[in-house]
Design a protein around this ligand. Structure first.
Ligand code: GTP
Ligand code: MG
Length: 370
């Protein structure tokens, strides 16, 4: 059932919480400012204090934001979104790095990926492929789970010298839960103690049967270090993408997911978004979780500014008023008023939920102290 704290109810009426408590007391109920009351009681209180009450259902506020259907005729093919997953240190970033011919690994703290990066590269067949790199550290399991929701294909990196490890299994399970096909990349085959055959056998235990073992899962032996078979991997991705026949309507307002977001000292909130449908343009008004903004600039993975970004394109967005969270879905809305309505509503929901769990008093205290 819907609930609200006394403090929040008072705030929304611009009344003092103590007056709300007094009124409730007159009706025979003793309350503290942090107590949660149900919506019906709150409505009675508000009306008693001379306010008009408009109860808003979630379905009204969020109506039509996501997943409105497209006509088949409007669908065009789009690049595959590929997430690189695997155990810590099995070479995910190195592999992606080798593919990009850039050098991300050396710039990272301790060589551990701290965030999800998103990049686009061109496959040998000339078609773009979008890659998402996920951290392999156990602490980032939740973020990796989110990676699977935006992805069409998972490249499972398994180091040939280390074999199947806990996070390899986790990645297999994520891909399976998301219904996403796997491509197995057996990495580090340059190492003297590499045992690619053992990796294939170990994978059987988890019901991943690669082609050379008589199964249907695509596989390739690679070395990120020696840049071995990278084209082969891209070819397999292109092949898998063809089978999936990925399509989206580019000619509509954009929809997508925040891959990562941070507060930049100079530029303010910066969010990397994967556009999943439609085309995002500079000037669009967007909402993501409890944040909204007007797109001030769009940058691609090389830092080049763009006027727009279509399906499967990862872009950095400047213009959010606050920092959204990785995994937040992004929608374009028609006006700032609507953006405010949606984000304020979500903010209230979030606060009410926290309050219902008893976290509100502590939360607001520490907020004031910090
Ligand atoms: P996390 O993001 O921390 O999960 O690690 P990761 O999977 O991205 O691994 P990363 O690319 O950071 O590589 C880990 C270590 O393995 C580094 O020291 C790399 O140089 C090394 N490495 C990666 N690929 C290869 C390879 O093909 N051969 C050899 N010999 N070493 C490799
Ligand atoms: Mg990494």
């Amino acid at each position: 059932p819907e609930t609200i704290t006394i403090q929040e109810l008072a705030n929304r009426m611009s009344e003092r919480a103590v007056d709300v408590i007094r009124l409730l007391m007159k009706q025979g109920a003793m309350h503290k400012i942090t107590d949660v009351i149900d919506a019906d009681t709150a409505q009675l209180v508000a009306e008693e204090m001379g306010h008009t009450v408009k109860r808003v259902a979630e379905s009204d506020v969020e109506e039509g934001l996501f997943d409105t259907p497209d006509e088949d005729a409007d669908l065009q093919s789009r690049p595959p979104v590929v997430t690189i997953m695997g155990h810590v240190d099995h070479g995910k970033t190195s592999l992606l790095d080798a593919i990009r011919q850039a050098n991300v690994v050396s710039g990272e703290a301790g060589g551990i990926t701290q965030h999800i990066g998103a990049y686009q590269v061109t496959a040998p067949n000339g078609n773009p492929v979008t890659f998402i790199d996920t951290p392999g550290h156990a602490a980032f399991t939740a973020m990796r789970a989110r990676g699977a929701k935006v992805t069409d294909i998972v490249v499972l990196v398994v180091a040939a010298d280390d074999g199947v490890m806990p996070q390899t299994i986790e990645a297999i399970n994520h891909a399976r839960a998301a219904g996403v096909p796997l491509i197995v990349a057996i990495n580090k085959v340059d190492k003297p103690d590499a045992k690619p055959e053992r990796v294939r056998t170990e994978l059987l235990q988890y019901e991943v049967q690669v082609e050379s073992m008589g199964g249907e899962t695509l596989e390739v032996e690679v070395s990120a270090k020696q840049k071995l078979n990278l084209d082969k991997l891209l070819e397999l991705i292109a092949l898998q993408a063809e089978v999936l026949d990925l399509k989206a309507n580019a000619d509509r307002v954009a929809e997508g997911t925040v891959i990562e977001a941070r507060l930049d000292k100079g530029r303010g909130p910066v969010a990397t978004m994967l556009v999943q449908r439609g085309t995002l343009r500079v000037g669009d008004i967007i909402v993501a979780g409890t944040q909204w903004g007007r797109v001030r600039a769009l940058l691609d993975d090389k830092g080049v500014t763009r006027q727009e970004a279509g399906p499967s394109f990862p872009v950095e967005i400047l213009g959010f008023s606050g920092t959204p969270e990785a995994g937040d879905r992004v929608a374009v809305v028609e006006s700032e008023a609507r953006a405010r309505e949606i984000t304020e509503y979500r903010e209230r929901m979030k606060r009410d939920k926290l309050a219902a769990r008893g976290g509100s008093a502590r939360g607001s205290l520490s907020d004031m102290m910090s």
